[in-house]
Design a protein. Structure first.
Lengths: 326, 315
């Protein structure tokens, strides 16, 4: 396996069993007490940061009243979900989240993979490294910074596109932050641009790890570059491609909050094409203050996301168990 | 180990098989594609910097330009007029980043080591505990309520640190590194020589695992430095915001900087009509905010890229 990420995750759940006879629980604790102590700080953080909120999803079935406390608030069954689905937002945010993320998954596979294959063909090692480094830069910038960079180009009053490029080309000015139809283009472009370096590096590492002899043999047999790519490189990369894709499918219900909130400048006119589950939960909870509806949306997000990753993993395991996550 | 990682790309990129290389024209086309794409990655930052050095009048008239017709540093003059908010935000970001990264690295390693040990019967269970956090989460609302209602951490420094301390992904990567790159024979002989587990961990495992520890530290540094979401959710006091959040607020409303500047307020109260270079100052704020990371990037980018392939030893 050429990549640590794939290896780390693929092997996450298969620690070989101990060969000796199974010791008693207390015996283990006595022998390895120091290990539990070492893990304690992280366990405390995981408990408060991850596991306690998991039980907190029950809030979605309550009518929260801060006066009497969260746990004493009355249970209301599926009322919060009913309210949520009565709004037209429920459909919009689900559609947007799924459609954008599905598109992102495809783009984050096709372009970085193509770039990695091309980078590997460059003879100048210096140029290949230089391109790789520059391509990686957007990945380490925060979405706050990226929202500035985008604003520089598409600011309606002063942006480079409206004030310099469009007059030059004779295109009419666009009021970007009020124009719904441009955002289904802008958001995928920015997402691909930001993640290109990360995925290209991962795929390149996998390509570099492939056995040279395969290509030598293929050349002797008269295979051209295209045939080598489609018959050797891509098939051999299937495990890493599957794992990277599975990881993203697992998060298909979790939108990139920064992209959808900051880059769009939280513009209300754009909500039909930019509102996703994450931004909706944030706005209904912290701006509007509606705990019930936002936690209902949050619960749906968690549960459906989990079911999706479990299901896609199951499908992959049916096809080839070695490529499955768990 | 590093040699092993580097050796392969060298062999490949220099064309180990001279017959199987693209012809010169194709080499050039590929190069040109990448040069154009690289420009696409840098140009937006160049535009930002150029606007910050433009004169406000010209920007109002002609829009943002790559080559400003009038150079002007008044945006920075205004920004540095009262530097306290920027300095304070920088201080918060730097402290959070340093404390968070160090704590995170140590805690991740201390968790990853036991679950990397094949002889530890509960390794599987504790691996699952951390792996599961990648698959399922409670969502924003309960997560918020835990920190605010239960732990009462709103508006503290700790709330900017704690949520990002244990990234499951890096725990698993570190665990794999421990399991594959620290020879168990070394651990065995240390045990025979009478070293305790703690000593083995700190004196043998940690020094042998510097590549992966450095990677975790590097990625956590970026995570903490780039974080604005925790400030958005948990910080309500203006003066306690991180530099990223300050940039976000400036983006929304450049007057935000003026509100917190006593010098600016004094000027306004004195009745002077202050012509505030809003557009250029906004960009100057962004430049001050991203400056360190972009300047440092050339020096640490190779560790990033190496870090992503840190487990590539196995080939």
């Amino acid at each position: 396996m050429a990549n640590h990420a794939a290896e780390a995750i693929a092997s996450a759940t298969d620690v070989p069993e101990v060969k000796t006879r199974k010791p008693s629980f207390l015996g283990t604790v006595r022998k390895y007490w120091i290990f539990y102590l070492m893990m304690l700080p992280a366990l405390v953080i995981l408990f408060f940061n991850n596991y306690l909120p998991m039980f907190g999803i029950l809030i979605a079935f309550k009518k929260v009243n801060y006066q009497i406390g969260i746990w004493d608030s009355p249970w209301v069954g599926f009322k919060n979900f009913e309210y949520l689905f009565l709004t037209k937002d429920a459909w919009i945010i689900t559609r947007n989240t799924l459609a954008y993320n599905a598109l992102f998954i495809v783009l984050n596979l096709v372009f970085p993979l193509a770039f990695a294959i091309l980078l590997n063909e460059l003879r100048s090692k210096f140029m290949a490294k230089l391109h790789q480094s520059i391509m990686f830069l957007p990945y380490i910038l925060s979405y706050v910074v990226i929202s500035y960079l985008v604003y520089g180009f598409i600011s309606p009053e002063h942006g480079y596109l409206n004030k310099t490029l469009f007059p030059l080309l004779g295109i009419e000015e666009i009021n970007w932050y009020f124009e719904q139809k441009v955002w289904p283009w802008i958001l995928p472009i920015i997402n691909t641009w930001k993640n290109m370096g990360y995925y290209a590096v991962i795929y390149l590492a996998a390509i570099v790890g492939l056995d040279d002899e395969l290509y030598e043999a293929a050349t002797i047999d008269g295979a051209n570059k295209w045939q080598q790519m489609t018959r050797i490189t891509v098939p051999l990369l299937t495990p890493i491609i599957t794992i990277m894709t599975l990881l993203q499918i697992g998060r298909i219900f979790n939108a990139d909050f920064g992209l959808f909130y900051l880059v769009t400048r939280d513009s209300g006119v754009l909500f039909p094409v930019t509102n996703v589950i994450d931004t909706y939960v944030y706005r209904t909870f912290l701006t509007v203050g509606d705990v019930g509806m936002s936690s209902a949306a949050g619960l749906l997000q968690s549960v459906v996301g989990f079911v999706l990753v479990y299901f896609s993993n199951w499908v992959v395991r049916r096809i080839n168990s070695e490529n499955a996550l768990f | 180990m590093e040699a092993a990682v580097n050796a392969k790309p060298k062999a490949k990129l220099s064309g180990a098989n001279p017959k199987n290389i693209l012809p010169a024209w194709a080499q050039w086309s590929v190069n040109i594609v990448f040069i154009l794409y690289s420009l696409l990655c840098i140009i937006p930052i160049v535009l930002l910097v150029m606007v910050s050095f433009s004169s406000e009048d010209v920007v109002m008239r002609e829009g943002y330009k790559f080559i400003p017709s009038v150079f002007d540093t008044s945006a920075y003059d205004f920004l540095f007029e009262d530097f306290r908010q920027v300095a304070r935000s920088y201080g918060i970001t730097v402290s959070v980043t340093v404390i968070g990264t160090v704590l995170s690295m140590v805690m991740v390693a201390m968790y990853a080591y036991p679950i990397s040990r094949r002889d530890f019967p509960h390794a599987r269970f504790f691996t699952f505990i951390v792996f599961f956090t990648m698959l399922f989460g409670g969502g924003l609302v309960p997560w918020y309520l835990v920190y605010v209602q239960l732990l009462h951490l709103k508006d503290t420094l700790w709330v900017l640190i704690m949520p990002l301390l244990i990234p499951a992904f890096w725990v698993l990567v570190t665990r794999t590194f421990f399991a594959t790159s620290v020879p168990s024979a070394v651990l065995e002989s240390a045990r025979i020589d009478g070293a305790g587990e703690v000593r083995i961990f700190f004196q043998i495992v940690m020094p042998l695992s510097l590549p992966v520890l450095a990677t975790v530290a590097l990625f956590q540094t970026i995570t903490y430095w780039n974080d604005w979401f925790l400030s958005l959710v948990y910080i309500t006091k203006n003066e306690n915001v991180s530099i990223q959040y300050l940039m976000y607020k400036t983006m929304q409303n450049v007057q935000y900087l003026a509100q917190n500047s006593q010098a600016m307020q004094a000027l306004q109260q004195a009745g002077a009509y202050v012509r505030f270079p809003a557009e250029t100052m906004r960009m100057a704020m962004a430049v001050v905010g991203i400056g360190p990371i972009v300047l440092a990037y050339p020096f640490f980018q190779k560790y990033f890229i190496k870090g992503l392939t840190v487990g590539a030893v196995k080939g």
